[in-house]
Design a protein around this ligand. Structure first.
Ligand code: ASP
Length: 425
């Protein structure tokens, strides 16, 4: 990020802007294309896998039902919180008309198409969104990132079919999907190796193309909005729920989950953090293993409050930057798509940003806007992963409590004491 900014400034001073646009910027574009490229395979593999893993849910229906409902509820709450904050702070409105015009010119083709599309959408009937959800041809749906909800619809139907057929017949498909999922995650790993160069190119191009600091100011406000929302979740919402339902005080809660939060921050991956989360929740927070071993792995893949909050804020921010007015209906649509997109996001670094393409595509916001927020994504990813992990933990406490499988607070305190003692000796 820093090198890109410095390079951009130097290039502007020496007036070699065109060189940067011709020879550096394309690498940024290639990188964004790679992210878009992997989105459809990622949804197909990770969502089918997510749904077919739910087989256990039917076995453990008592625990499963509550887990899914609470997970959905926390995710919906988070997107709504994000939308509320981004509508109050309005980070994308801070840029002036001239910068906006430059941006629009830069993305002219794509943006104008989308604006026309958004206009057309306004004129269609009230159930049009529902009709649009159901594709008439799956290959047609897969041919454009803007149709991702249709692909998700198909994938969910497919996943349910997979659960309902004889396990023996489903096995080759689930094995195949498992393998496919691994390959796609590996591909993302490989694409992410190019991330530093992509960030460098995009930032350098951003600077030489719009040499005023307006956009940076807007990006800072955007980051502030995301971080504010995440802070509300991590510091207020989850500890309060844990206190009200599980009887944890603030200190107990954070000393319990703190180490997992640190790992989440440094790896940006709920999946990589999972073993630590499990250990902390079982050994230090009194959640019975029966609950944690079921709730946490599912949570790591489907429950991403931080990601959904971020997707909501990012989508509206990009729309604001482009000067698109989104109606209340469109914003409610974002609540739905961001919830689905966060469920579909893999628990690995930057997955949330890739899935943002869906939210943008279905809200008629130019996907090219991804380039705007890409540069500041990594630090936000680190913090939203903390929110994701903390949410999973909180839900495991709630589910454990509701099933009578949560250790009493004094037992936990003794447990803390015991461990401290152990450390001292
Ligand atoms: N990195 C996040 C996680 O693993 C997902 C994302 O928002 O990119 O939880």
């Amino acid at each position: 990020m820093l090198l890109g900014i410095v390079f951009g400034i130097i290039a502007s001073v020496f007036k070699v802007n065109q060189f940067v646009i011709d020879w550096i910027k394309p690498f940024g574009t290639i990188f964004i294309n790679l992210l878009k490229l992997i989105a459809i395979p990622l949804i197909i593999a990770s969502l089918i896998k997510g749904i077919s893993d739910l087989q256990d849910i039917s076995k453990l229906s008592r625990m499963g039902g509550r887990t899914v409902v609470i997970y959905l509820f926390t995710t919906l709450f988070s997107v709504s919180l994000g939308l509320l904050l981004v509508n109050i702070v309005k980070p994308g409105k801070s840029i002036n008309e001239e910068t906006r015009q430059n941006l629009l010119d830069g993305f002219a083709n794509e943006a104008s198409g989308k604006i026309a599309l958004a206009e057309a959408q306004k004129e269609s009937g009230p159930l049009q969104a529902l009709v649009d959800l159901v594709p008439e041809n799956i290959f047609g749906a897969m041919s454009s990132n803007g149709n991702m909800l249709q692909v998700i619809f198909f994938v969910i139907l497919f996943g349910i079919g997979l659960i309902l057929i004889e396990p023996k017949k489903a096995k080759p498909i689930t094995d195949f999907i498992d393998g496919l999922n691994e390959v796609v995650l590996k591909m993302i790993d490989m694409i992410m190796l190019a991330a530093p160069y992509g960030v460098f190119a995009l930032l350098a191009a951003l600077i030489v193309e719009s040499p005023n600091w307006d956009l940076f100011k807007a990006l800072m406000w955007y980051s502030f909005t995301v971080l504010l929302g995440l802070a509300v979740l991590i510091l207020i919402v989850y500890p309060t729920l844990a206190k009200m339902i599980g009887g944890f005080n603030y200190k107990q809660f954070f000393s319990g989950i703190g180490p997992a939060q640190l790992v989440a921050f440094s790896t940006s991956s709920s999946a990589a953090t999972l073993p630590v989360t499990m250990e902390r929740v079982q050994e230090h927070m009194g959640v019975d293993e029966e609950v944690s071993s079921f709730v946490l792995p599912i949570g790591a893949t489907v429950n991403m409050d931080g990601t959904s909050l971020y997707q909501g804020v990012a989508a509206i921010f990009i729309a604001q930057t482009f000067g698109l007015e989104l109606s209340l209906g469109a914003q409610l649509g974002i609540v739905l798509t961001a919830t689905l997109a966060s469920i579909g996001s893999a628990a690995v670094p930057s997955a949330g940003m890739i899935m943002l393409v869906i939210v943008l595509g279905s809200a008629g916001i130019p996907e090219a806007g991804l380039a705007l927020i890409f540069a500041v994504d990594r630090p936000l990813d680190m913090v939203r992963t903390i929110a994701n992990v903390t949410s999973d933990t909180t839900v495991s406490i709630i589910v454990a409590k509701s099933l009578g499988l949560l250790g009493e607070p004094h037992v936990r305190e003794l447990d803390d004491y015991y461990h401290k003692d152990e450390g001292a000796s």
